[in-house]
Write a protein of this length. Structure first.
Length: 447
């Protein structure tokens, strides 16, 4: 491969207390938490909206905000949830007091929810269409600048603290943090290109005696699908005749490789036609359904897991673990989508997904240490790339979990700026107190 040495002088456009890479749910929560503590924040977001998978990626529904008894994704997560309801951004079948606090997403409404939350904070500056393309290090443990690329060219942002909300742990990896990726063989969960649909007869869908697994098996036997993908989460009602679809899998995609993402996007737009045929011919109520759009981002479930001072494992999930440095609690099941489109892989998924789940009121603790990458002193990770094993990541990765880790990372970053200290010198009881004041669910903290 040919190599090119590349260097240039670029402007330092912003000097802030906290730099946040990515404006997805973790990045938004981090930015708001830091700003409300009085710290200046800059968010670099690569797309044209905040929200990541739930907006640009058109993921059609939030997974649970609660444990069946308590609203556990409290704080920024609660604010997003309440505003989505207030703005009319949920589905016609959703109930605001659902004990599991899950709901459909109208992506355009959720974009405005995030816009209003962020622009209400005078300490937050941001730009869309801004990619973080590199970092500069002050020394091996301290990041000094984030290098960004926009239409106006390259520029730098100088900050005291950095929060990696990229989803893939990009900043942490560039800074030298160790990471794991996929299973023992490097296989990762497949991605999904989500879509939006219209002309659905939801009453006919509800009245249909046809079960989706049976319909899928018949369609596979009839040769409808190029790949026999049995795992079809489905279409969530977003209106009286509209829905958001989480259907189809991009097997073998690597979300950290643009070549792999490119091939997957092209392939999944083709595969969407196979699913349209399936719903038209094998399911009742979808006969007139039309595809109105697919996501600008591929729905990615898994890439890197940044290794931190503690690595949460499936044993923590099974034991309903509690920690002295707990920054929240969560309860979503272990949800590892099959890495292969085979009957055996789907059977293994079903067994795991139905057994590794909680009863109402059960949760696991999330320790602050999983936000602290090994070897780095002024960078925290938040969202799906926090320090876990693969099974644990499959629970904490969903959007409500990202609000929990995001607001903790933002609050801790602001506190480190307050004390001019590194991430490990943050006073954990004070962090817990501040998170509880923000609305976080910390039942074990009583100081």
């Amino acid at each position: 491969m040919n190599r090119l040495s590349f260097s240039r002088e670029i402007p330092v456009r912003h000097e802030v207390d906290v730099f946040v890479a990515g404006g997805g749910p973790a990045g938004v929560a981090a930015a708001i938490a830091a700003a409300r503590r009085g710290r200046s924040v800059y968010i670099a977001e690569g797309t044209g909206s905040f929200g990541g998978m739930g907006t640009a990626g058109m993921v059609p529904a939030f997974m649970q905000f609660g444990d069946g008894q308590q609203f556990v994704a409290g704080g920024i997560g609660r604010e997003v949830y309440d505003r989505l309801w207030d703005y009319g951004g949920t589905g016609p079948r959703d109930k605001r007091d659902n004990p599991l606090h899950a709901c459909a997403i109208k992506a355009e409404v959720l974009k405005r929810v995030y816009d209003d939350l962020i622009t209400a904070e005078p300490n937050i500056a941001f730009t869309f269409f801004t990619q973080v393309v590199g970092i500069e290090m002050k020394n091996p443990s301290h990041v000094s600048h984030a290098i960004c690329q926009g239409k106006s060219g390259m520029f730098a942002v100088k900050a005291c603290m950095f929060v990696d909300g990229s989803g893939d742990g990009d900043l942490a990896v560039w800074a030298g943090a160790p990471f794991e990726k996929g299973d023992a063989d490097g296989n990762m969960m497949p991605g999904t290109l989500c879509g939006q649909f219209c002309n659905i007869d939801w009453q006919a869908v509800a009245a249909s005696p046809i079960k989706q697994p049976e319909a899928i098996d018949k369609a596979i036997a009839d040769g409808v699908f190029t790949k026999p993908d049995r795992h079809v989460p489905g279409i969530w009602p977003t209106g009286t005749k509209t829905g958001g679809g989480n259907i189809g899998h991009a097997f073998g995609v690597d979300g950290t490789d643009e070549r792999s993402l490119t091939a997957a996007m092209v392939e999944q737009r083709r595969v969407m036609l196979e699913f349209l045929r399936f719903f038209h011919e094998y399911r009742q109520g979808y006969e007139e359904m039309e595809l109105t759009g697919t996501g600008a981002l591929l729905g990615i479930r898994e890439t890197r897991r940044i290794m931190g001072d503690y690595v949460m494992t499936v044993e923590d999930f099974k034991s309903r673990a509690s920690f002295d440095d707990e920054i929240g609690r969560y309860s979503y099941p272990v949800d590892i989508h099959p890495t292969q489109p085979s009957k055996e892989s789907y059977k293994a998924f079903l067994e795991e997904f139905t057994t590794l789940r909680y009863k109402p009121g059960e949760t696991y603790g999330i320790p602050y240490r999983i936000l602290c990458p090994q070897g780095l002193a002024n960078l925290l990770v938040a969202g799906r790339c926090v320090s876990t094993d693969r099974a644990m990541q499959a629970s904490i990765r969903v959007m409500p979990g990202c609000y929990i880790t995001g607001q903790a990372a933002g609050m801790a970053a602001a506190m480190a700026c307050d004390s001019n200290c590194d991430t490990r010198a943050v006073a954990v009881p004070q962090l817990q107190r501040s998170l509880k004041e923000l609305g976080g669910y910390l039942p074990n903290f009583n100081q």
